[in-house]
Write a protein that binds this ligand. Sequence first.
Ligand code: DQA
Length: 137
Amino acid sequence: MKIIIINGPNLNLLGKREQSIYGNITFEAFYQNLKEKYPQIELSYFQSNVEGELIDKIQEVGFSYDGIILNAAAYTHTSVGIGDAVKAIETPVVEVHISNTFAREEFRHHSYISAGAKGVILGFGLQSYELALQSFL
Ligand code: DQA
């Protein structure tokens, strides 16, 4: 089973960035752990701060992979383009967020991704990604 985690802007700074919201673990450390825990899954990881690169990656994997775990980060709330890409592909997308976006500022309450996603998991810290992974098993 081929699953990819796609992370959007500023998620490369996990571990350093706003630790009270996002925790102090780097994504790389979390990802290595996840790979070891689920050796039966062919797991890969892509991160970009650039909207078009995220769209390119979604299109590239979206007709051959079994699942996409997508945290579009701030683009969740702004990007019609990423929302359209999620709707355009065949691979099911699970939208994830580390924080509970509904408990935060109003502008984080709307997602352009959710309507095209198979499901949404948010507010469980980095565990949101693991729950999303389990949903594909
Ligand atoms: C986030 C929530 C977004 O509102 C924010 O812009 C992020 C991270 C999360 O994982 O909690 O960068 O997607």
